[in-house]
Design a protein around this ligand. Structure first.
Ligand code: PGA
Length: 247
């Protein structure tokens, strides 16, 4: 059985004050949740959010991590720096990082291996652009992102995959339940070829892209969808409705 996992991605939003206030509101609302719950937040907010979420169902994650242990990498954050504050999850290879910050399958791979080696749970993002989908290249893109991004991973079940079609992120254009299910089933099939069937059946795959309080039930009812990576809707108490998708 794969335990559902709902994670928020605050991106470059919130402040220590507004984030603390939101977590305070969310705490009682997600108390009875049966799924795993995380909020991935800007690095500078991590200490304050870990404090705000202490003793609650909400675990705090980061939005990126560097592969080196330490050194001359201005602006980057290491696995140990995250762990020092009790961070458990880290988003890797989000499409915004691929699109605006030169992230490649190779750097996704390096970050993923470093996070795993340090005991963090990577949430590895994959997904096609609208142009790629419309030209029938979705499966090729996913094949490449999975093959290159997960190269050398020893235990697939130690990470989480987030399937985020780029055209659905922040656009209000969610993939239909069927589209999301079909593509995520394809990802699972590909993973069973790259790893083993057993690992592919156990790894959790989230859907991400305009998932909200209204559409989460339908998406979560799909057999291969094990959770969500939530952007916009994780900035309000709507996030609690998604966490409680089964209520
Ligand atoms: P969205 O973002 O929910 O605002 O579309 C999802 C994501 O980018 O992780």
């Amino acid at each position: 059985m794969r335990k559902p996992f709902i994670a928020g991605n605050w991106k470059m939003n919130m402040t220590a004050e507004s984030g603390t206030a939101l977590i305070k509101e969310l705490r009682p609302l997600v108390k009875e949740a049966k799924c795993e719950v995380a909020l991935c937040v800007p690095a500078i907010l991590i200490p304050a959010m870990v404090k705000a979420a202490k003793g609650s169902r909400i675990k705090i994650g980061a939005e990126n991590v560097h592969w080196a242990e330490k050194g001359a990498y201005t602006g980057e954050i290491s696995v140990n720096m995250l762990k020092e504050y009790g961070v458990k999850y880290v988003i890797i290879g989000h499409s915004e990082r691929r699109q605006y910050f030169g992230e490649t399958d190779e750097t996704v791979n390096k970050r993923t291996l470093a996070a795993l080696a340090g005991g963090l749970t990577p949430i590895v993002c994959v997904g096609e652009t609208l142009k790629e989908r419309e030209s029938g290249k979705t499966n090729d893109v996913l094949d490449r992102q999975l093959t290159e991004g997960l190269k050398g991973v020893e235990d697939l079940t130690k990470l989480v995959i987030a399937y985020e079609p780029v055209w659905a992120i922040g656009t209000g254009k969610t993939a239909t339940d069927e589209q999301a299910q079909e593509t995520i089933a394809y990802i699972r099939k590909k993973l069973s070829k790259l790893f083993s069937r057993k690992e592919a059946n156990r790894v959790r795959i989230q859907y991400g892209g305009s998932m909200n309080a209204k559409n989460c039930k339908g998406l979560m009812a799909q057999p291969d969808i094990d959770g969500g990576l939530i952007g916009g809707a994780s900035l309000t108490t709507d996030f609690a409705c998604i966490v409680n998708f089964d209520k």
